[in-house]
Unconditional design. Structure first.
Length: 123
């Protein structure tokens, strides 16, 4: 009999949990966790997955694509609209777009307001 693990939470270090939770809430439509505060904020997905954001003093954002400060985590999101439309919406919300785009038309690499890289894909 093999055991299994179910992913229930992903937590990102950041300087401002409330602001980063607001960015991801607007980007994904996930519901804010009712016990979010200035040191730890979170979002809930209907299936139980929790996306958390924890305050770290002296936070240094990842350097991507370089590794002077490693990214340590890279999240991918499937979008329902075109990559161009999704990218424009996310940039309006405060995402950044690195010059280095290694996946061409298959995906876009963006950074959240705290500097974490993430991809958007259509499939």
């Amino acid at each position: 009999m093999s055991s299994q693990m179910e992913l229930v939470a992903i937590t990102l270090d950041c300087p401002d949990p409330t602001a980063l939770a607001a960015f991801y809430q607007q980007a994904t439509g996930l519901e804010p966790h009712p016990r979010s505060d200035a040191d730890f904020a979170g979002l809930n997905r209907e299936d139980g997955l929790f996306l958390g954001f924890q305050r770290v003093e002296g936070y240094r954002p990842p350097c991507w694509p370089g590794q002077a400060v490693p990214q340590q985590l890279h999240i991918c999101f499937r979008v329902s609209e075109s990559l161009d439309v999704a990218e424009a919406r996310l940039l309006e919300l405060g995402a950044g777009k690195p010059d280095h785009q290694p996946l061409g038309d298959k995906a876009r690499v963006l950074t959240d307001p705290a500097g974490h890289p993430f991809c958007i894909v259509t499939r």
